[in-house]
Design a protein around this ligand. Structure first.
Ligand code: BLA
Length: 313
């Protein structure tokens, strides 16, 4: 009797473990980010004419060093869009990443669309924003131009997807008053909320793109270009995904991906270096300090009020 109950107990355990494992795999499968990319491409095509980017030839699909993980890359351009690109991968049942961004042509002072999602077994790290091209703390005109009408949208999702806690302080200058910075556990509900936030934010960005008129003033175009270059320079050097990317594809390929695909434009849009833009990162020997943050992490709570004013200082 003892033996029978033992063996049935362990087979129950075995079945339960399998069931749990199955559920986790299902959760990740049902929560795939592929749907996000398809939505974004379909919506973009309703508003503009997308053509494949020249980058598409060299950056399509890449197998990671583990021989299993497939990195998926797509890139397009359109009349007002310098580069629309997506980078994603899934390690079945372990983690998945989406880095989707749209960079406007320098004739436009449009925000940069930014969706960065990282999911591991039970943590999800999310940044979703229309990253401002120009400073939204001191430049009220720019803030009002793009974000005033979007504040209700931002407030709605700030409640559904609460502030994710302390963050690299330097990142704040690249975020808008409607940024969604959040962390949550994996569940179908959370995934659905994130998907609807993504859809609404992306539609809002497309609407801004539709209305945007090209700048004619050469000095303003060059100011937009410099701002985009500074943004690319920041992310190419300090993006939090670097470590994982290096682990996946090795240091040389990771650097190539960052410089020539993910943050393409860092070589083409300007010649200022990371230390020209961010001299506080200069180490004693003149090299770039490897720390992600010099100031440290801060902003335990959302540093904007309901009117979109910065209250973090
Ligand atoms: C974590 N990703 C984070 C964090 C932020 C971002 C703010 C929290 C850690 C921190 O405070 O820095 C995202 N930071 C951004 C974005 C900007 C910024 C979008 O400054 C834009 C200006 N994330 C990815 C990709 C990977 C990835 C492609 O986008 C992996 C290949 C991983 N992000 C990732 C991981 C963490 C993270 C693993 C947690 C590790 C950590 O906190 O350092």
């Amino acid at each position: 009797v003892k033996l029978a109950s033992l063996s049935s107990g362990s087979s129950l355990n075995y079945r339960m473990n399998n069931k749990l494992r199955g559920e986790k795999v299902r959760l990740i499968a049902c929560c795939s980010y592929k749907k996000f990319i398809e939505f974004a491409l379909d919506q973009t095509k309703l508003h503009t004419h997308l053509t494949p980017s020249p980058l598409q030839e060299s950056y399509k699909c890449m197998t990671a060093l583990d021989g299993k993980t497939e990195l998926q890359m797509i890139s397009f351009q359109a009349p007002k869009i310098r580069l629309l690109r997506s980078f994603s991968f899934e390690v079945s049942g372990v983690n998945q990443v989406l880095d989707f961004a749209v960079f406007p042509e320098p004739e436009f002072d449009l925000p940069i669309f930014c969706a960065n999602f990282y999911s591991a077994a039970n943590t999800n790290i999310v940044v979703l924003d229309l990253n401002p091209l120009h400073d939204v703390i001191s430049n009220k005109d720019y803030k009002d131009k793009y974000y005033k009408e979007l504040l209700p949208l931002g407030l709605k999702y700030a409640e559904l997807l609460p502030w994710g806690g302390k963050i690299t302080s330097e990142s704040l200058r690249f975020f808008s008053p409607i940024v969604i910075w959040t962390k949550f556990s994996s569940s179908q509900d959370n995934y659905n909320v994130l998907y609807s936030a993504f859809m609404e934010y992306y539609k809002a960005w497309l609407e801004l793109m539709n209305q945007a008129e090209p700048e004619m003033d050469v000095s303003r175009i060059s100011c937009n270009q410099k701002a985009q270059h500074r943004y690319l320079t920041w992310r190419e050097q300090k993006d939090p995904g670097h470590q994982l990317l290096k682990k996946l594809v090795g240091e040389t390929s990771a650097k190539d991906l960052l410089r020539n695909f993910l943050f393409h434009g860092v070589k083409e849009l300007g010649s200022d270096t990371f230390l020209d833009y961010f001299p506080e990162y200069k180490s004693e020997d003149g090299s770039v300090n490897l720390k992600r943050s010099i100031i440290g992490k801060s902003y335990e709570n959302r540093p904007w009020d309901a009117k979109g004013d910065f209250i973090g200082i």
